[in-house]
Design a protein around this ligand. Structure first.
Ligand code: NAG
Ligand code: NAG
Ligand code: NAG
Ligand code: NAG
Length: 612
């Protein structure tokens, strides 16, 4: 998951590291799939390659997969059809397809553009239903719902910026995949969030655009025909169109659920399978939210303990025995509760000067978690979150402190960027004195060059996970489980729990629960980091339990997913990378429980961290 959130970058450079030419095998693969004239490039009806272009030595094919909304035989004369974007990346000498999923939910077919192909393989990706720029219907709000409010109002609300029914209701704090812009210990603030999200779930579900009508007039609710189970059907349809007897699967983060659901439904069609940074196999909303909270207890606790141990290593040397990172964090909590950790807006204050805008505990938690996740894709370990806390605690001066607050507010409290409209990218906290962001508006920022959206719009969580996971609660019941969780765990975990739980505890559309794994015979390689701050190691371990013929491989390190970009000198990751390479080349799995030890501490210095 969040598994999301930043996994989109994580395939980058992954395959550059391995340079093996397996011309001979690739030809065999071509030969096999050419049977009856059908193969990857000459697919059967239902898949059409419409465009191709060069990217370095590779060729990128863009295609159109037309799938029945309902794969059930009872519906064959009634079902509407959907067009899904598919992308294929072919390298010289590599032709065996490997289905890649980059996580989210929210990543799309452009996943194959993010990294080089595994030597000998051709990456193929699919945009799941409702997701990606071309998807119709689209889970996210339409940019045409956006507007700019009149200037000079005293207070600004979400409805000043959008008419979309799936945007958050006015007064709802901004909330992301695993954070919420509030004090996670404050009962009344959490209740406002839960009430708002319950209302959003109902209003969004009532939107007429979800009702699709078949050729004979039968109506389908798209919000019940677009979860991970349907994606698995679409993936198998794709497999059948290219006449591949088996499909290899490589998935990270939320993509691990996609691969494991596919493996559960079509175990005999799974070739090689690597699932990295795993989702939990049990499809229960409450367990999912607790697991998300626990990922952060493990990760942040590890950070605190590291900085006690490494007080002489930069940047932990900003802290000391007298003022540990833990003590500084406690101090920051108090300051945020008193609304004293602020940055100046552009709005004149009646008292003179500019109004100031406060940072909340939940927003800081979201930011720290994001930085801890990113250790999966950058070789700086956890230097960044340590610096953020040093800045906020005033250890690098007052200016650095205020700048850091502004930077965090800029990250979240700003309108979706990348659109050709005058609202695009505006910083709402500075201009309007309100923290209204992509999540509030149900619209992610757009990258025109890559043709992709970021993963911050926050409708995907409800729409996809709301289908995959069973367990619905009233607001009063949700408050009850929240209080129980809060009684046991601190702010970091609770804020994360509240953020994700709010997305689906009362999601209106009925669940179509997935079985993630729980299937014998699948010889998958399950990979997990001990301190993955998005997908808890517990989840990876459960995934291994649910696939009895799988093998588990662990790195003791930090960050979301095990990827070479997150490695650093003496990280200890290399033996795990070698095993992955070996598996793709020969199919040979490591010993179950193979563990790569962190030889050096999580790097806390020696990197260009001062410049951030
Ligand atoms: C393309 O292939 C040539 C010849 O094999 C190689 O020298 C070059 O580095 C490759 N370029 C890229 C971008 O991979
Ligand atoms: C995809 O294929 C369907 C069915 O052939 C067609 O109606 C649709 O226009 C195609 N879409 C694109 C984007 O090519
Ligand atoms: C909880 O938040 C509300 C609304 O922001 C505030 O009025 C109240 O004082 C807070 N309660 C505590 C115990 O901090
Ligand atoms: C105060 O607001 C004005 C615009 O109204 C802006 O130009 C100025 O930079 C702000 N001052 C600070 C300290 O942010």
């Amino acid at each position: 998951m969040a598994y999301i959130a930043n996994c989109s970058f994580s395939l980058l450079l992954w395959f550059l590291q391995i340079l093996v030419s397996e011309q001979r095998r690739a030809e065999d693969a071509w030969g096999r799939f050419k049977a009856e004239g059908c193969d990857l490039l000459h697919p059967m009806e239902g898949l059409k390659w419409t465009q191709s272009q060069k990217l370095g030595n590779d060729t990128i094919y863009t295609g159109n997969l037309t799938v029945p909304l309902s794969p059930h035989v009872e519906d064959k004369d009634d079902t509407p059809f959907l067009d899904l974007l598919v992308m294929l990346r072919v390298s010289p000498g590599g032709a065996e397809p490997v289905l890649q999923h980059c996580g989210g939910p929210g990543s799309d077919a452009t996943c194959v553009l993010l990294g080089d192909n595994i030597p000998g393989y051709a990456g193929i990706s699919i945009s799941q239903r409702g997701i990606g720029v071309t998807a119709t219907p689209n889970f996210e709000c339409d940019p045409l719902h956006m507007k700019l409010p009149a200037n000079g109002k005293l207070h600004y609300e979400i409805s000043d910026f959008t008419d979309c029914q799936c945007a958050l209701p006015d007064g709802t704090p901004l909330v992301g995949q695993s954070f919420a812009n509030l004090d996670p210990q404050n009962d009344s603030q959490v209740e406002v969030l839960f009430e708002g999200m319950a209302f959003r779930s109902r209003r969004c579900a009532a939107d007429s655009r979800w009702i699709l009508t078949g050729p004979r007039g039968k109506k389908y609710n798209f919000l019940e025909w677009s979860g991970t189970r349907m994606l698995a059907h679409d993936i198998d349809f794709l497999r059948s169109r290219i006449c591949a007897p088996k499909l290899n699967l490589y998935a990270i983060s939320y993509g691990t659920a996609v691969a494991a659901v596919y493996a559960d439904m079509f175990p005999e069609r799974v070739g090689k399978m690597v699932i990295n940074g795993n989702m939990p196999p049990v499809p229960y909303t409450l367990d999912f939210a607790k697991g998300q909270g626990m990922a952060l207890t493990q990760a942040f606790g590890h950070l605190e303990r590291l900085c006690v141990k490494w007080t002489s290593t930069h940047p932990c040397d900003y802290f000391s025995d007298e003022m540990s990172l833990t003590k500084a964090w406690k101090g920051l909590l108090g300051e945020m509760r008193a609304r004293r950790l602020t940055a100046p807006t552009n709005r004149p204050s009646p008292l003179g000067g500019n109004e100031s805008f406060p940072l909340t505990i939940g927003l800081l938690q979201g930011y720290i978690q994001e930085q801890m996740n990113q250790a999966g894709y950058v070789p700086t370990g956890w230097a960044e979150p340590v610096l953020t806390l040093a800045n906020l605690a005033g250890m690098r001066g007052q200016e650095a402190r205020v700048d850091q607050v502004a930077k965090i507010l800029d990250r979240y409290c700003s309108l979706p960027a990348g659109y050709p409209f005058d609202w695009s990218g505006l910083k709402t906290w500075r201009i309007y004195g309100a923290c209204i962001g992509q999540q509030s508006l149900g619209l992610s920022s757009y990258d025109a060059k890559a043709g992709t959206k970021s993963l911050d719009g926050y409708v995907n969580e409800g729409a996809v996970l709301g289908q995959d996971l069973f367990g619905r609660f009233t607001v009063a019941q949700a408050m009850g489980v929240y209080r129980t969780f809060r009684a046991e765990w601190e702010e970091m975990a609770t804020s994360s729990f509240v953020g994700i739980f709010s997305a689906f505890f009362s999601w209106e559309a009925e669940p179509v629960p997935v079985q993630t794994g729980f299937r014998a015979g699948v010889r998958a390689l399950v990979v997990g980091n001990l301190y993955d701050s998005a997908c808890s190691y517990t989840w990876s371990n459960h995934m291994r339990e649910s696939l009895p013929n799988a093998v588990m491989m662990t790195w003791q390190g930090v960050g979301h997913c095990l990827l070479p970009e997150g490695s650093y000198p003496n990280s200890g990751m290399q033996p795990c990378l070698n095993r992955l390479e070996q598996y793709w080349m020969t199919g040979e799995l490591p010993f179950d429980g193979f563990t790569c030890r962190t030889e050096a501490p999580v790097p806390l210095g020696n990197f260009r961290t001062e410049t951030q």
